[in-house]
Design a protein around this ligand. Sequence first.
Ligand code: SF4
Length: 330
Amino acid sequence: MNTAIRNNWTKEEIQEIYDQPLLELVYRAATVHREWHRASEVQVCTLLSVKTGGCPEDCSYCGQAARYHTDIKVQALLPTETVIAHAQKAKDSGSTRFCMAAAWREVRDNRDFDRVIDMVKGVNDLGLEVCCTLGMLTEEQAVRLRDAGLHAYNHNLDTSEQYYEEIISTRKFDNRINTINHVRKAGITVCSGGIIGLGETHKDRISMLLTLATMPKHPESVPVNALARVKGTPLEHNPKVDIWDMVRMIATARIVMPASVVRLSAGRIEMTETEQAWCFMAGANSIFTGERETLLVTPNPGVSEDMQMFRNLGLKPMENKKSESSCQVH
Ligand code: SF4
């Protein structure tokens, strides 16, 4: 019998899971994973930055914030045809999900949003699951995206409510929750997780998981990102995230949100194949891949490298199933 889905987790319970000896934790997570998912299948998503850089926000991990001096080239909103061509290529390479990211603080009701609506329709017509990450959204904007065929919306918590102000000052943790609620209300699936390696404590990580795992409905997709240390951002000199911290975080997410897709997201480029295998063992069952070998604006392994890893580990890409999850980013 499957482990039950619970939305009434306490901090102490999650802490107890998180603090287990690592091999016990991985064993338990792998067991839960097999109850709820086919452990040999990994969802392959492609992420395309449709508008890059120049963002007014001050997320201290992000190379796209206009205020930091990074090597990222600012790129205005891509033409719709270019985006559709990328989506077709992603589909041909085996992706079932296509996520479009725009470095905006929030969606505005202007011509750029009309163009994103056209992109969503076009990618949906290709039979791909469409995901967007565009910043804050109103309820009406979420409804427009849904009507255009949007399957999932990514809006990460980033970190704990308590640590949030240390990382971002231009918006509040509650703004994140409001957007997630608007997405949920519109009937779009939710993709929401966070980043480790920002300087947060273990308690912050547990607190973030608590927020996700006590939502009335768990996010269908939970990205777990390791900080990609972008030169020119305030966090560029943070220490590299320890692989066992990633494994511990993924395993705990897997146990407390058993039905969700847990995505091994940013930071994968710095992991060996063996380290990634540990993450899959701990319950990760989704990755981003990309023809340009970038995850938004930070490096990411390429498609052929990933497919070779799948062969080595006996994994295969998950079929498209529009009823389930989604993506990383904002
Ligand atoms: S994470 Fe998103 S909102 Fe924050 S600075 Fe980067 S693009 Fe802007």
